[in-house]
Design a protein around this ligand. Sequence first.
Ligand code: FPP
Length: 238
Amino acid sequence: MQSRINHLAIIMDGNGRWAQRQGLPRLKGHEMGARAAKRIVEDAKARSIKYLTLYAFSSENWNRPREEVEGLFSLMERFIAEEVDRLRQSGICIHVIGDLSRFSLRLQDTIRRTLDETKDNTDLHLAIALNYGGRDEIVRAVKGLMQNGVSPDDVTEQSFSTRLDTSFMPDPDLLVRTGGEWRISNFLLWQLAYTELYFTPTLWPDFDSATLDEAIAWFGSRQRRFGMTGEQVGGGRP
Ligand code: FPP
């Protein structure tokens, strides 16, 4: 299924519950979640989506049990190490958003080298949100403006956007959250202003091309008005 979606953002929720339902440790759920992430990258590319942002680790996830945090990191390191060649060959450019300064120097180095290897690709931009929090991102952007002595008169929505981690991407057209929760959880707070929000009870490890197509079909039925009236945007709805 082709889509009108340029930027798809996903909150990949439900790994823990998926594992618990099968009587497996939570980390097994994250491992299956990483597999689902690999699939969705291919599926997004096949549907001509140009930007895909995945919420992999929030700035609040540090509060989870230590073994789970460590397990998630080794999974992500493995994902990056194992996938980089394939992603590079399939035209995917990898980006990371979030505050990387809290990671080990080894992980920061792996991430930098990985990003560098794929930087010339343009088929799909994959942004992985790591130690990411929307409020933290906004605070870092404000600090950047102040540290550079930018005058208040020069602060506009547009100039502010260029200070955000996502400055290289358009705002998401569609946000999908799996796992049955109806909240944003500090994800892309600025960027989601006019994004269509899709919540599904499907647990992330079960999310596949069929469930993606359901989300895309739902998006296709939405009328995006960006503050205008239905008549103005041509759909005729009130
Ligand atoms: C939320 O499920 C998921 C996470 C906190 C981690 C997401 C990470 C991955 C899918 C693996 C790595 C992915 C990439 C892109 C490298 P949860 O644990 O909160 O689930 P629960 O609500 O059922 O407990």
